[in-house]
Design a binder for this molecule. Structure first.
Ligand SMILES: Nc1nc2c(ncn2[C@@H]2O[C@H](COP(=O)(O)OP(=O)(O)OP(=O)(O)O)[C@@H](O)[C@H]2O)c(=O)[nH]1
Ligand SMILES: [Mg+2]
Length: 456
């Protein structure tokens, strides 16, 4: 009994730290789609370590197969949940690749055979494999494109990606821009393999804007008592939203958005995904109209990972699930559903909406989740080229205006023209020729270097 309680409590927290919504441990709740996660580089590894920290409340085992790849071995030490045999070092590059994606790519290619074999072995029964990396450094940024292509083409498993964009920084923003320009066209790259399977190079991408996340966390931390730094906060945000969505589709429901809807109509659409989540306190006498308005507005409210999407222009499909307390479930029925659909049709014409209402044991809150597939980028990503160019321009300007190391021309020595007396050196000053010869021989032997740099 106590053991069960421990399991449940542990499974209710990611990493034993970050609280998941209560419905994840409801009866019959389970992760619907079999995801696998591969983390590249330091940032990618830390994010995937958080996915590996999601435990099943039935047996305490990790819910998702995960593995990580990094050049810098020291960076792997703080990982808490990925066992050593699933941490792959890049042999020959143990000290890191110093934010150089070309070297990062080579490091991965030099070691790719063994890693790819392991991925194939561990993840062959996954329905979707996420390749995760922080853009900006060298390892993740350099390896992400080759690995995504390899999985899509050779494993015949759909592949998605989670990337972060750096806080603006000249080298990182440029690296991020270059890797992202190679990544994004894969969303539209429809391929056919030798078995006639048709697939995209990349089925979807989720973008974490580290700058936005840092600001959110700094200004208004979500769980201040946890005293998390922004990087862990960002990692828990993305892992919790992706996992909660995956569990939502398994919950008891009278109007359902099931796993197949989520998978086929949102995840396999070649879009950039954006997520929103809102809690509505039902104790505060929310009327039905209020509730509907708040549900409709959720998608354009505070987004979890990135800002500045153009919803009316770029949204192609949206999943929307409202988690209602069991006792209040009657507030949402087929009529409300049609009302919601109609309102969306006015607001977002030509967007396919996939709604679902599920019930939970929660007493007070309704939770609204939206996930949208976008045919356009969040603002920060759109401006990445400009940002990298601007940061370079500022550096050049600064270099030009720096006070520098110039302290003037050399001044010629101006001796005082003293009278010079010549000294003869033709004989030993102490008069004995033998002693002179011995000294000369000794000084030849003692030379401690092979070649004198000043020798002519
Ligand atoms: N969201 C998020 N970003 C992170 C995290 N850790 C590092 N980053 C960001 O990742 C970027 C740097 O990439 P890293 O992942 O450290 O680089 P790398 O792939 O290990 O490459 P090298 O160190 O150059 O070999 C920076 O912009 C960091 O802010 C993290 O836990 N979460
Ligand atoms: Mg690193």
């Amino acid at each position: 009994m106590i053991k069960d309680l421990d399991l449940k409590n542990r499974a209710a927290l990611i990493d034993g730290v970050w609280p998941l919504e209560g419905f994840v441990k409801q009866k019959n709740a389970e992760a619907s789609i079999k995801y696998g996660f591969i983390g590249l580089g330091q940032g990618g590894s830390k994010i995937v370590d958080a996915f590996a920290g999601i435990r099943s409340f039935k047996d305490g085992e990790p819910v998702y197969p995960c593995l990580i790849v990094n050049s810098n071995l020291g960076d792997m030490k703080p990982l808490k949940n990925i066992p050593k045999h699933l941490q792959f070092g890049l042999k020959g590059y143990e000290q890191g690749v110093g934010k150089n994606p070309e070297i990062g790519k080579k490091a991965f290619l030099d070691n790719g055979e063994e890693i790819f074999a392991k991925i194939a072995e561990r993840m062959s029964n996954c329905q979707l494999i996420y390749v995760v990396g922080s853009m900006g450094g060298g390892t993740g940024t350099g390896a992400i494109n080759v690995l995504i292509d390899a999985i899509a083409d050779y494993l015949a498993i759909p592949v998605a990606s989670i990337i972060s964009l750096p806080v603006p920084h000249e080298v990182e923003s440029l690296n991020a821009y270059n890797a992202t320009t190679e990544l994004l066209p894969k969303l539209k790259d429809v391929r056919q393999d030798e078995t006639d399977r048709v697939y995209r190079g990349l089925e979807n991408i989720s973008i974490l804007d580290n700058q936005k996340i840092f600001q959110d966390h700094y200004e208004d931390p979500e769980f201040p008592d946890l005293k998390l730094t922004w990087d862990f906060y960002s990692n828990y945000k993305v892992t919790s939203i992706i996992h909660e969505w995956n569990v939502l589709t398994s919950l008891e429901s009278h109007i359902s958005l099931d796993a197949a809807d989520l998978f086929n109509n949102i995840l396999l659409t070649g879009g950039v995904l954006t997520y929103a989540k809102k809690k509505i306190n039902l104790d505060e006498a929310v009327s039905k109209d209020d509730l509907i308005t708040q549900i409709i507005e959720t998608y354009k409210g505070k987004n979890v990972l990135a800002n500045g999407f153009n919803y009316s222009k770029d949204m192609t499909a949206m999943g929307l699930v409202v988690v209602m307390p069991k006792e209040r479930a009657d507030m949402l029925n087929q009529d409300t559903l049609e009302l919601i659909r109609m309102k969306f049709q006015n607001e977002l014409p030509n967007v396919s909406i996939y709604p679902g209402f599920v019930s939970s044991n929660s007493q007070r809150h309704a939770i609204v989740y939206t996930i949208a597939s976008m045919a356009g980028l969040p603002e920060r990503a759109k401006n990445l080229r400009q940002e990298a160019g601007e940061l370079e321009r500022l550096r050049i300007e600064k270099e030009k205006s720096a006070s520098g190391f110039e302290i003037g021309e050399k001044i010629n020595r101006n001796p005082l023209n003293p009278t010079v007396r010549r000294v003869s050196q033709s004989s030993n000053p102490f008069g004995q020729q033998e002693a002179q010869q011995q000294t000369a021989a000794a000084s030849q032997q003692a030379a401690p270097f092979k070649r004198n740099p000043f020798a002519k």
